[in-house]
Design a protein around this ligand. Sequence first.
Ligand code: ADP
Length: 245
Amino acid sequence: MIEISQLQKKFDDVTVLESINFSVKKGEVVCLVGPSGSGKTTLLRCLNLLETPNQGTVQIGDKRVEFGSKRLSKKAIKDLRSYSGMVFQGFHLFPHKTVMENITEAPLTVKKASKAAVIEDGEKLLKKVGMIEHKDKYPDALSGGQQQRAAIARALMMNPDVMLFDEPTSALDPQLVGEVLRVIEELAKEGQTMVIVTHEMNFAKRVADKVLFMDGGYIVEEGPAKELLENPKEERTREFLQLLG
Ligand code: ADP
């Protein structure tokens, strides 16, 4: 489903990702873990071109984009983006739109589908994330956990092949974390392909097929979730996990 090879990303002269190689199979859940500043968010953003890598290739589905030599066409960027749905730390809902308006905006403008069909899809997804009774509310009337569940429904509306989550629970009060993680776990059970940046190690252990440990812009170690988190091979991974307790 996803194949990343020799990816490099610099901000000005500072290299923040180097020699990144990994793949994600259809239906697989991959968690990116590692210390703050190790490049996890930047890597996730490179997958849907919110950041443009300097070198390397990103293949998602049958779309392959090579970076480095020539400028990317708008079409290539749009094509690659259409494969993924992104959920951010800070929800990013439109404040002046209701939940239903938030989640139906993209399919109505991009897909040119009929309004009735889009609303029907929206209702199905809002039921799935436990938000149907809030469909006519505005974001500021919702808790952070409810806003994040609406944001997940919004990303799912475009039927993405892969869902990308950037620390989806780190802006939430602790008592709201569980409701969001449960929705993501449900998606995992349904076979949704996902790449998730997270600090929730117990969640990663439960949900991930594979965990990548990043440090200093490199993937230091990767492996099956339980194996890497309970029995890491690399010293740096061990130190990181010990610090978390
Ligand atoms: P993580 O998600 O692991 O905390 P990030 O991907 O956010 O790490 O950041 C990796 C490195 O890239 C950090 O040193 C950060 O300061 C730097 N960085 C991230 N975004 C930018 C940017 N837009 N401009 C310059 N430096 C950035």
